[in-house]
Design a protein around this ligand. Sequence first.
Ligand code: NDP
Length: 337
Amino acid sequence: NRQITLASRPVGAPTATHFALAERPAPVPGEGEVLLRNLYLSLDPYMRGRMSDAESYAEPMAVGDVMVGGTVARVVSSRHPDWQAGDLVLAYGGWQDYALSDGRGLSRLDPGMAHPSLALGVLGMPGFTAYMGLLDIGQPQPGETVVVAAASGAVESVVGQIARLKGCRVVGIAGGNEKCGYVVDELGFDACADHRAEDFPQQLEAACRQGIDVYFESVGGAVFDAVLPLLNTKARVPLCGLIAQYNDTGLPPGPDRLGLLMRTLLTKRIRMQGFIIFDDYGARFGEFLAAMGEWVRQGKIKYREDVVEGLENAPQAFIGMLEGRNFGKLVVRIADD
Ligand code: NDP
């Protein structure tokens, strides 16, 4: 059983030295347990937070622990009454070939699912995050301008497409021409500004002539600096993530912008609300899955996966995601079904 563990805690950007590959015997299920073969592993930005011991909404991993992560897995053998060998499940199996589970947190997947990895993306946690954050907190109205950063990404590509379905004008922000082109040409966004371009703030302003009514925040940093002056009165800002800040070791460069932020929130009566998807909305997963399943079946919501082959390549892929090297929902194929 190959396992990728947390070798040491990164300060700043993680590198290969913060991960270790261990080879251990496959675990044996005890009474009430199932043995899982992980097929696909989801790589997600939240994992960076778990590698640190700074206070957060979830417990950090300990050094030496197997890296945590959602997986699509096959039940190999079961001593649990609810699960049988051969079942296809969504699990929290971690960065390893095999995992044990006592059944908690397992959910059954349709064995006939054409693309089981979608349970880690558009039909799973990222899609759910997009759906609830945009609709419940963002409350987009027809004709409004919705802006979403990291627009080709797992969560944000879905945010923009739902906003289009709700009749909004949608402007993406992405890194580079290729991602911007994809967002407009394939996903149907109205425009996209390149946050790596020197004139990024001007590009964004030109694309948002009517200002911004909903800004779905998952980046922070310089991107938010460009968004803030464009926010309209009564704008809503679902605060989903701050990926540009996850590797920071100190305060951001430049003048303190907290006063400007507070004044803008007050005078424009802007509502900014953070959320942690399963803590806040877990009970509504079924509602999400029914709506999203239908949209995906009808081709109204498109998705793109960035599939990395082999568990051993997970660390490099994860490091790359924090620099924007992934293009679409990042998953690792660990084994053939
Ligand atoms: P993505 O698939 O969007 O991958 C991350 C993308 O972020 C990169 O491809 C890159 O896109 C962009 N990025 C990385 N570094 C920077 C930077 N310094 N400045 C600007 N953009 C950057 O990941 P997800 O869709 O899985 O996650 C997106 C966000 O949602 C994260 O912040 C994550 O923490 C958050 N999240 C929050 C949840 C919650 O419950 N609150 C649940 C799930 C996700 P580009 O090249 O276009 O810049």
